[in-house]
Design a binder for this molecule. Sequence first.
Ligand SMILES: C=C(O[C@@H]1C=C(C(=O)O)C=C[C@H]1O)C(=O)O
Length: 449
Amino acid sequence: MEPTPGESGLAANTPVTAEESIELVSYSRALEDVSFGAIADSDVAQIQWATPDGLETVGRGVAVRLSASGPARFDRIRSQAETVLGELDHNGPAVARPRAFGGFAFHDEREPGTPWNGFASASFVVPHVLLTRSPDDDATWLTVVGDDTDGVRDALEEWSQRVDDYPTMRASGRSPGVDSTRRTTTPDRWDEQVDGALERIADGSLTKVVLAQALTVDLEEPVDVSATVERLRRRYPNCYRFLVNGGDGATFFGAPPERLVSKRNTRVETEALAGSVPRGETPEADDEYADQLLADEKLRHEHELVVDAICTQLESFVSDLSVADRTIRRLANIQHLLTPISATLETDHHVLELVETLHPTPAVGGVPPEVAWETIRETESFDRGWYAGPVGWFDAAGDGEFAVGLRSGVASDETVTLFAGSGIVADSDPTAEWEEVQLKFRPVLDELR
Ligand SMILES: C=C(O[C@@H]1C=C(C(=O)O)C=C[C@H]1O)C(=O)O
């Protein structure tokens, strides 16, 4: 599909950057049902975002791009957002409002390189064209965003007509097929890495660290990432699904089960998700695993560290912190211990402040955080890039929702690099942790085969 004139003007040549002071305007229109996949186009910057509770968005083109690096990256994105979204004039319902989609690398400081070409330490786009479907109303909304009212209204007209011609269902495409795979970490190396972490745990300097592996998959043909994300919905309906273009031919995508945080007005929802067992072959075996998940001391310890860290981090922001009963999140291939946590903000804060304070929780980092970060940097032989970083959206009011970028991979052309990790605590067994990591590669890997 060809980019529209307005779109290529903004997307390819001159996306507005946050240094410029601009007045963004947006117009929305309700549409008949339409296939979201149909507007995705690998030649144009695109984002996709879907939540377990039913919000679905897809965007293409770039009205505004925000990016930052270094330890102040959260603040920098927030102040850029204030400049460009502060003056936003939105003509449409709240559900269809422009949102900035993107995320953060796991580490503050890093050298961008393959496979993370184009992925800054923090980067967001407000898409030029956005489709939104929400469980709160039945409509599908088309929104166009830009800095020139006449251009935006013309583009809305043109896109309404184009989208009218799209199918309501798109074939979800077929898997590209796997030609070969390469690991960053051999089983022997993994044993050494886990033993190294266990030594630090034994000497008292570390309590928990999450170590990860990467798996590079060479495909038989180029991957259609958007269709792959669409297919992930079938097996992982209770997970987030996302896709973010880095801008240099690389696309980060996945189906994470874990919410980092969502914030709407003063209401905050987060969760601890850590501690894993496989799914059983039979309902009985499945329940046995689940019972083990709830009863096993080591898994509970691993999980409680996450609950405690989240509560401590949120305490200074919120009044009534509420920690629900521990339960289980069952996915198609794995089950996790889950503790939902909610709270009310004492005064309003931007969702990015909450993201900054929570990232990384010990579900993907460790305890104490600084020693865990150092252990990860010293141990892992690859760049995590955006794996295990916050991915999601925020709006002009500072509301938003972020998942943790897990069960994910970064694709470019005929290669996808997958990432997965597991929490190491005292008593961790390297072989069991290895198996757990392989299980966490499966959601994306199975869609490529
Ligand atoms: C680190 C990952 O998953 C995280 C670690 C878990 C664990 O150690 O049990 C469980 C869920 C996630 O919080 C991953 O998927 O790569």
